[in-house]
Design a protein around this ligand. Structure first.
Ligand code: BF8
Ligand code: SF4
Length: 666
């Protein structure tokens, strides 16, 4: 660790801590230092106000599931106490974490439902503002889920895909969800069938999980965790169909150049941040902004500059090259630049703090979802049939706000980085196909077999104010890159890399080990991607994590093994949201060693902790690595990769020597 890194390595300690480092993003730090002088409060301050946090809650030992509670069990004396109903520590901890997985599943899948309904309405000709942007993807998805493609029009197919997706929400028979079963290995299908965790529908899995964890229901922690895993596979289903349909409606991402960090907010323009997760709205805001350039010029601006925050930002970055200003912990800071004229929010990760904060500035906060309204915002009822008109109305609010700016408050950090993003699974396979047209995915597998790469790591997840913002992401990725691990990234992790200049070819020269550098340069030369390939491949938003899972499935199928044998790990150094719990849970069920850098609320039960970190390994091949220290986290990820690579090489050598297929029993 560098001296600079060591200075940042201490997470905020709590009340009274002397100027603790809160972020390692220089742009964020600049704004935070300024707002400390002017007394504005942010999430970083409120975290400190909340400390010390409740020890019962931190351990997962507070139960509020029925109104006899709250019941709490002393984390220092687990086993000695029970809740009023007799619930033991392990029951309470398991129920709480299972309900978080259900919460995360609800977010991703409700997003997916929205996409599916939009696609259906497009196919039926009911809405004019959307089209099928990627008919080739439509056909690929239709084929993947087993639909007859030949001789059918795009509209017919789009309707069938939409209906298949919607059926995954409400099937009343017992066959597994289509958008799960169509994309996973045969080995995972057998595993999920044998462990009885294959969901037949998303809504049912969430309802069942809430039922299972109600007062007076399941008290068996292992059974509850299996219920949580079933729900998390419903999460996978909802995520996969959301990504598939977004690509169909808005285009499958391909390499694209953009910029990242607060410096993308340009005071010369009307600045509008699209914030949240759903591209259905934000894609039309981009269109509306282009259409209203003259109106922006009429108020003295150079035009309209749409920027992104959180995963809506990732969606726009991946497809349209829209600049990304912030990940979740910096969202308030975008307002504090004094040059943000509007925030157009859809769903998820839009913090309530933006309401009162925007009132202290000229920034207009606009909410658009009937289930995500924030006091202090203006509400626009966003519907697909009037989408462009509503988007224009919101852009006009921001244009009007431009005139209300307070010049004394405008101070945008001059910090931004160029990024190369847009690496969908298809885009990556296309690049790999330039090296091996017959079998693109083998390019990765061969590089692992030859020792050029040590494996693959997917960085996902959020910012969490318990950690120094972005620090874990940055430290771990540097360590893994130095050790020749191929890096994929989504969500706020990907934005962290973007803001710090790691999604750029120059970062390859700076941070990649010799093997990774040689690998990336070979791909770069063959593919001709300009200005070159970045250190980490930005695969999209949080909901797009199944893109990386598809790549992993392709690696496994090419190797002829199931996922637990593939040198592929995941890391969420700053997991925060319930969505991180559901993603982490399906990653483990899929067979992925999954590092989490913020302690989830499970330490109150040794049994549940043991299931997450060890028993899961025995049953599914995946397991949680719970490690807040980034250096240790990186070490453990490398160990997990090395173990799999070592075994793979030995078994491959043995199979080649004796002319057999890879041994199934290892
Ligand atoms: O869905 S990574 S903080 S913005 S939950 Fe939210 Fe976490 Fe960011 Fe995207 Ni994902
Ligand atoms: Fe207490 Fe049991 Fe009710 Fe939970 S479900 S609040 S442990 S009585």
């Amino acid at each position: 660790m560098s001296e600079e890194s060591k200075a940042l390595a201490t997470p905020p300690k709590g009340k009274g801590a002397n100027e603790p480092p809160r972020t390692c993003d220089p742009a964020a730090l600049e704004v935070l230092n300024r707002c400390r002088e002017c007394g504005v409060e942010t999430a970083f301050d409120r975290y400190l106000q909340q400390t010390p946090q409740c020890a019962f809650g931190l351990a997962g030992l507070c139960c509020r599931i029925c109104i006899q509670g709250p019941c709490r069990i002393n984390p220092k004396r687990p086993g000695e106490q029970r809740g009023i109903c007799g619930a033991a520590d392990y029951t309470i901890v398991a129920r709480n974490i299972a309900r978080m997985a259900a919460g995360g599943t609800s977010c991703h899948s409700d997003h997916g439902r929205h996409q599916a309904l939009t696609l259906k309405h497009v196919a039926e000709g009911k809405i004019a503002d959307y089209t099928i942007a990627d008919p080739a993807k439509l056909r690929r998805v239709a084929k993947a889920i087993g639909l007859e493609v030949e001789g059918r029009t795009d509209s017919e197919l789009a309707k069938s895909v939409a209906v298949a997706a919607l059926e995954d929400f409400g099937r009343y028979t017992d066959e597994p969800c289509t958008f799960l079963w169509s994309y996973i290995t045969e080995g995972r299908k057998a595993k999920f069938t044998n462990t009885n965790i294959a969901p037949s529908s998303i809504d049912r899995a969430v309802v069942e999980c809430m039922h299972q964890t109600a007062m007076g229901m399941d008290a068996d922690p292992v059974n509850i965790i299996f219920g949580a895993l079933k729900t998390s596979l419903a999460d996978y289903t909802g995520m996969h169909l959301a990504t598939d349909i977004s690509d169909i409606l808005f285009g499958t991402p391909a390499p694209i150049v953009s910029q990242a960090n607060l410096g993308v907010i340009d005071p010369a323009y009307v600045n509008i941040a699209c914030h949240g997760h759903n591209p259905t709205l934000s894609s039309l805001v981009v269109d509306a902004a282009r259409a209203l350039t003259d109106e922006a010029k009429a108020v003295g601006a150079k035009g309209v500059n749409v920027v992104g925050i959180c995963c809506t930002g990732n969606e726009l970055l991946s497809r349209e090259g829209v600049f990304i200003a912030a990940n979740t912990a910096s969202q308030e800071l975008a307002i504090l630049t004094g040059a943000l004229d509007g925030i157009i929010a859809d769903v998820q990760c839009v913090t309530p703090a933006l309401g009162p904060l925007s009132k202290c500035y000229h920034t207009k906060l606009m909410c658009t979802s009937p289930i995500a309204k924030i006091p202090g915002s203006q509400y626009f009822d966003f519907r697909e049939d009037t989408a462009l008109d509503t988007a224009k109305a919101m852009v006009r609010v921001a244009i009007a706000a431009y005139r209300e700016r307070d010049p004394a408050k405008i101070d945008v950090p001059a910090l931004k980085h160029e990024v190369v993003a847009g690496f969908s699974t298809e885009a990556l396979l296309d690049i790999l196909g330039k090296v091996n047209p017959d079998n693109p995915i083998r390019v990765i597998n061969d590089a692992i077999a030859s020792g050029e790469l040590r494996g693959v790591c997917l960085f996902a997840g959020c910012n969490n104010t318990k950690q120094v913002q972005d620090f874990g992401h940055i430290e771990i990725v540097k360590e893994l890159a130095k050790n020749n691990v191929l890096i994929l990234a989504t969500g706020c992790g990907a934005v962290a890399f973007a803001k710090h200049g790691l999604l750029h070819p120059s970062a390859v020269d700076k941070y990649a080990g010799d093997g990774l550098k040689a690998f990336l340069k070979r791909l770069e030369k063959a593919s001709g991607v300009k200005p070159g390939l970045p250190l980490a491949f930005h695969m999209g938003s949080c909901v797009d994590n199944t893109r990386a899972a598809d790549l992993l499935t392709a690696m496994a199928n090419d190797l002829g093994v199931d996922i637990p044998k593939v040198p592929f790990v995941a890391s969420a150094p700053e997991a925060m949201h319930e969505k991180a719990v559901s993603i982490g849970s399906w990653a483990v069920a899929m067979g992925i060693p999954t590092h989490v850098g913020v302690m989830p609320h499970i330490e109150g039960s040794q049994l549940v902790y043991g299931v997450a970190t060890q028993i899961a390994h025995d049953v599914f091949g995946g397991y949680f690595i719970l490690e807040p220290d980034p250096v240790e986290g990186a070490k453990k990820l490398l160990e997990a990769l090395d173990y799999r690579t070592w075994k793979l090489r030995i078994h491959k050598a043995t199979a080649e020597k004796f002319g057999t297929s890879l041994a199934a029993g290892y």
